[in-house]
Design a protein around this ligand. Sequence first.
Ligand SMILES: [Zn+2]
Ligand SMILES: [Zn+2]
Length: 379
Amino acid sequence: MTGNSCGGPTLRQTAKTMSKTVITPTPGILVGRPIGPQVICVRGPSRSGKTSLCERLVAGLGQSGLRVAYLKRTHHLLDLPGKSSARLWDTGPALMVLRATDRLQVTHGPGEGTAAELLQQVPHDIDVVLFETHAPEPYPAILSEDAEPVEGELVIGSWSLDGIDAAAAQHLATIASLVPRDRALDRTLRIALAFHGGHACPGMVLGARLAVTAGRALELALPDRRKRLFVVSETDRCGADAIQTVTGCRPGKRTMKFLDYGKLAARFLDAETGRAIRVSTRSGLRDIARDRFPGPDRHASQMRAYLDLPAEELFTISPVQWSLGLYEQPGPPVRRVECADCGEEVSDGREVPAARGLLCQACAGPDTARGGTTAQREV
Ligand SMILES: [Zn+2]
Ligand SMILES: [Zn+2]
């Protein structure tokens, strides 16, 4: 799960390090995870009314417009033995998809059954995950009165078997208040998080906010699916992953390029209107994060700041001159030549005219290349 350039804590580690036993959640702020969905455990022993409470919460949250997922581990078999789908599953397919009149069911092998593994099945557009469980998990919990909190468990409420309706009404309000106010941004961040290897870090969050800010400034719906938006990222670190996912621009579409200036900044061109801007990160943000969101974990403070501060405090937007040259357009290459030295094919005017013919930049070498490629000469 590593491989990013940041090295911040993983979601699971973040959750594990919390030690309070009872918390009063802050409205609009996810508990236990920097980026959604908000996971809430409904925990208690058998026959404590877990499922009854979950039924009420799923229905109630759905009525308030939230998309809810329900997770549970069971020791029972899913199919009755002898049913045709059970016999078929016993023959060992890697995956089974069954569409019945009331639902579509995708069946995988049982896996290890860890919470992280179950959560991987939850798509990006889910706002709240209700996790019915006997065992404590590193997420905030609504606890049965018949269960004892364990060390480090984040308990946000409780219920008793004879007070399920009242408890459901109360917890519905609490859970709804925990969902980030900007749900569109939160969903965007979840997609960026998945692309970034599930690794939430300040650079990724800042890159996502930067790209969202550019989209709003250019009044463009993101992600762009029409090859209308072009981006030059000035970083090749974590932020670049987020810029790519949020904008929908990518190198393979020729809509994203890198100019590695080592800056968390990017230029954006709306090819339809010709408007181009540069969005750059203000300096001193780490100090602002430390002062405004103090805490022992500097990554968590930065993440909170980069999620919550208004875009004007995070970024500077300035107009830039940028138009696409003949050789920068998406679509098939307008020009292909063979290098006179190595014989390899060179696309898009990247060859260098030289005395001995057209050369690729590697064969032309730095001195000969100084006169510029065909694309550069024709700008
Ligand atoms: Zn990162
Ligand atoms: Zn060559």
